[in-house]
Design a protein around this ligand. Structure first.
Ligand SMILES: Nc1nc2c(c(=O)[nH]1)N[C@H]1C(S)=C(S)[C@@H](COP(=O)(O)OP(=O)(O)OC[C@H]3O[C@@H](n4cnc5c(=O)[nH]c(N)nc54)[C@H](O)[C@@H]3O)O[C@H]1N2
Ligand SMILES: Nc1nc2c(c(=O)[nH]1)N[C@H]1C(S)=C(S)[C@@H](COP(=O)(O)OP(=O)(O)OC[C@H]3O[C@@H](n4cnc5c(=O)[nH]c(N)nc54)[C@H](O)[C@@H]3O)O[C@H]1N2
Ligand code: SF4
Ligand SMILES: [Mo]
Length: 754
């Protein structure tokens, strides 16, 4: 909500930051309809004034002259500006014929990271894929969190049922393969992680970080252990083995809700997985492995948390599972100060009815309902591995991908082997990008449809309250009126849905939306006429995302149940609370939140148990000499914020951190350029010699490499950096989740003569 300051042309507005998972409340001062400053919103019930430099850069994004504001159509190889009608007409002319000849599978879709942060993209993007009935759906999830989503789904029954550390009550936090001081947390919405970790230490608690690099988080921890990249699954097996072997297991309050305990014990409590056996492969001494297990078991309130470093490995799913096995076996699952399940106000599967007439029982998670055509990779949550996209375009045959719709995604930089993908995109018959920049990926499009600035859209977080350190509900109204004539992203997507369903680009959007809403209503509250009537009568006359949010809030766990519960919440109430509504600390939720068919926590899901044999075989393989890993930086966000002045000033960030001994061995000086090679491809990098690194490991951030022609990000292309993913193998992935291996990839590093 905005309030009027002294000068009548100055106002203050609040907006949830859309850039990372911390979801901080921003406070913008606006003068003459221009943002003049951005700070943290102190009274925000959730983020309490925290902000990072990226949040400040929302001002730059809004003003960026390179941000697209009108559609572009490629004519004779060159982009020209077009009207919205022309753009949709072009799509209608070219897309449906490809569906008519090749079927829905002929059209692939990719969803990128901002699709989780823009309400219109999140609530309406999937509908286009459904309408197409294409199995060729890809997203950044298979470069990211799919392993954790899968392991959690198998254990707890729903795709976003991921327990998060209860940091404000925890006395031991072990952070594995994550750097929340730089990333601000992931699958864990925790604004001001640094402040919360400091508070943990101040009350006598400990933080331990396990990372091949002495990261910003390791720097402030009580202890840091280096780990050989890719070794997480082995470390975790050693910890679980210790818990069994030393009889340290305590299941705590969830004990009666656990299935699979004895299978797990008999499989892991074997000499092969002892701390001694796994130590070499993970590069951590057996005594340290055992001590980590003892500390988890011996601390009343403790949590083990892992993220991107642990996920982007070939055992990403099995490792992510073992993290929660450790939490469970030490009595910290669903326990205050341990790892707990948030209870979001809207949109969570685990707050919606499971199997009728039961508590905590659901359909569970099934994978592999279909497979990719070329590599036979199993579908997970309706997606195929993004590493398979290029081959699906380039391999002829029935079901070949001939067209692509990208939604806020830049896979040419963010996924492995962007060169191959670049070639593949050029071979498409048609490509549409819903994106705000002309970049490495969208330059291949035939039509680019730009979404609005986040400051012109309302916002409500759909996903992140499901991972939040505290329960809350917040809503941001649009800060500015949209540019006249520019549709919202949900309207763009509805129109695409109309085109692919044969309703046509000229569809009456309001009527079409009403029709789609009626279907949502039935899905959410059933088809009983009186229930639908009640909901319809009480959901005010809103449109688009607002209407869906209201429906979800009112029918949700804190909701007013469409008037039946007077003190319950609705969108009206959340909108009226300018600082948000605090819904309290995390509370134990087992068994009510479970959605497994057994109604139990599945401690030993068969596909994960089976994967242990693969891990055991890998234990015997020798370690590569030198490997590369990624890192995140506070002033950079994946591939797409390098064009914003506030973030791009200062020292060059795309540097390769190399341990002094590794550099000396190769005759590479600090600041020199060097060649990094893998998979018969190479990139040139600027080296920063650093004792932050473990010997044998190089660290380079991803999302750089803005030196390809035909893009429109002028600042980014001045200091393009090198594309880490150019080195990687698009077919190397965790076979269970389909997630690409982006960490611990063997490389060669050689000096370049000055
Ligand atoms: N080597 C390596 N690779 C990685 C990772 C790693 O750690 N190492 N991390 C991976 C992870 S975790 C992720 S999430 C992926 C990200 O992968 P992507 O999502 O493909 O990459 P982003 O850089 O986030 O690109 C976002 C795209 O959305 C566009 N965009 C931004 N805002 C908006 C908007 O409001 N509307 C629309 N329509 N478009 C918008 C941008 O212009 C850009 O094209 O990268 C992955 N790649
Ligand atoms: N500033 C900023 N914030 C971001 C982003 C950004 O680009 N910039 N991206 C956002 C996105 S999309 C995501 S998914 C999150 C990710 O958030 P995080 O998971 O916290 O990601 P990183 O900061 O890359 O931290 C990964 C850590 O894992 C370590 N590591 C690498 N390989 C291994 C390994 O094999 N084992 C172990 N144990 N550690 C390893 C790396 O050295 C690094 O310190 O961040 C989000 N927040
Ligand atoms: S940490 Fe920074 S980028 Fe992330 S939500 Fe907060 S202000 Fe935005
Ligand atoms: Mo991500």
């Amino acid at each position: 909500m905005s309030s009027v300051l002294a000068a009548t042309n100055t106002r203050v507005a609040h907006r949830i930051c859309p850039f990372c998972e911390a979801c901080c409340g921003l406070e913008l001062t606006i003068e003459n309809e221009k943002v003049i400053s951005v700070r943290g919103h102190d009274a925000d019930v959730f983020s309490k004034g925290y902000i990072c430099p990226k949040g400040v850069a929302i001002k730059n994004l809004h003003d960026d002259p390179d941000r697209l504001r009108v559609p572009l159509i490629k004519r004779d190889g060159k982009f020209v500006e077009a009207s919205w009608d022309e753009a949709f007409a072009e799509i209608e002319r070219r897309l449906p014929p490809l569906v008519a000849t090749g079927g829905g599978d002929a059209v692939a879709m990719t969803f990128g990271n901002p699709a989780a942060h823009k309400i219109g993209l999140l609530l309406y993007g999937g509908r286009v894929a459904k309408a197409l009935k294409t199995r060729n759906v890809f997203s950044a999830s298979t470069l990211d969190q799919m392993p954790k989503q899968l392991s959690s789904g198998l254990m707890f029954g729903a795709w976003l049922s991921i327990p998060v550390p209860d940091i404000e009550r925890c006395d031991l936090l072990i952070v594995l393969g994550a750097n929340p001081v730089a990333s601000n947390g992931s699958l864990w919405t925790v604004p001001d992680f640094r402040g919360k970790a400091k508070a943990l230490k101040a009350r006598g608690g400990r933080m331990v970080v396990i990372d091949p690099r002495r990261s910003e988080t390791a720097e402030m921890a009580n202890a840091h252990h280096t780990i050989r990249p890719g070794g997480d699954v082995f470390l975790l097996l050693g910890m679980v083995h210790t818990l069994f072997a030393e009889k340290l297991v305590t299941l705590g309050t969830v004990g009666e809700h656990i299935a699979g305990f004895s299978e797990l014990e008999s499989t892991i409590n074997v000499a092969q997985f002892s701390a001694e056996s796994v130590a070499g492969r993970c590069g951590i001494a057996p005594e340290v492995i055992r001590q980590l297990a003892r500390d988890m078991a011996g601390t009343k309130r403790a949590a083990l948390y892992s993220r991107i470093g642990t996920c982007t490995q070939e055992f990403g799913t099995t490792g992510s599972w073992l993290v929660d096995v450790v939490n469970t076996l030490t009595g910290h699952l669903d326990s205050p100060g341990g790892v707990m399940f948030p209870k979001p106000a809207a949109f969570a599967v685990n707050t919606q009815a499971g199997k009728p007439g039961t508590i905590g029982v659901g359909k569970g998670v099934v994978v592999g309902r279909h497979r990719s055509r070329v590599s036979n990779a199993p579908e997970v949550y309706g997606e195929l591995p993004i590493g398979c996209l290029a081959e699906e375009i380039q391999t002829p045959g029935v079901g070949q991908v001939r067209a692509l719709i990208t939604i806020a995604s830049n896979p040419v930089l963010s996924s492995p082997n962007g060169q191959r993908l670049t070639e593949a995109l050029e071979q498409l018959d048609f490509m549409v990008s819903l994106d705000i920049y002309l970049n490495e990926t969208t330059r291949h499009a035939d039509v680019i449809l730009p979404g609005r600035s986040p400051l012109e859209d309302p916002h409500f977080d759909v996903a992140f309250p499901q991972f939040s350190f505290r329960n809350h509900a917040r809503y941001s109204p649009p800060v500015f009126e949209p540019t006249p004539g520019q549709p919202a992203e949900w309207e763009i997507l509805l129109r695409l849905e109309a085109i692919v369903t044969g309703r046509g680009a000229q569809v009456d959007l309001e009527a079409f939306e009403d029709e789609r809403f009626a279907a949502d209503l039935e899905r959410q509250i059933g088809s009983a006429a009186d229930a639908v009537q009640l909901a319809l009568a009480t959901v005010p006359l809103r449109r688009g995302p607002d209407r869906l949010i209201d429906l979800a809030l009112r029918g949700g766990p804190y909701g007013d149940q469409f008037g039946r519960k007077a003190d319950g919440i609705s969108l009206n109430k959340v909108q009226a609370a300018a600082d948000g509504i605090d819904l309290g600390e995390l509370m134990p939720r087992i068994p009510e939140m479970l959605r497994t068919p057994s109604g139990k926590v599945e401690l030993a899901p068969p596909i994960l148990m089976a994967d242990l044999a693969r891990a055991a075989a890998k234990l015997l393989q020798p370690a590569p000499d030198l490997v590369i890993v990624g890192r995140r930086q506070i002033r950079s966000n994946n591939s797409w914020m390098h064009n914003l002045p506030i973030l791009s000033k200062g020292p060059f960030r795309c540097t390769a951190l190399v341990h002094p001994l590794d550099a000396a061995k190769r005759g590479i000086a600090d600041g020199a350029r060097a060649k990094v090679s893998a998979n018969s491809r190479s990139i040139e990098v600027q080296v920063e010699v650093s004792d932050e690194m473990m010997q044998g490991v190089v660290s380079l951030p991803h999302g750089w490499g803005h030196d390809v022609p035909g893009t429109g990000q002028r600042i980014a292309s001045e200091r393009p950096g090198a594309n880490l993913n150019a080195l990687f193998d698009e077919n190397w992935r965790d076979p269970l989740s389909g997630n690409s291996v982006l960490s611990g990839v063997p490389i060669e590093l050689t000096a370049i003569a000055p």
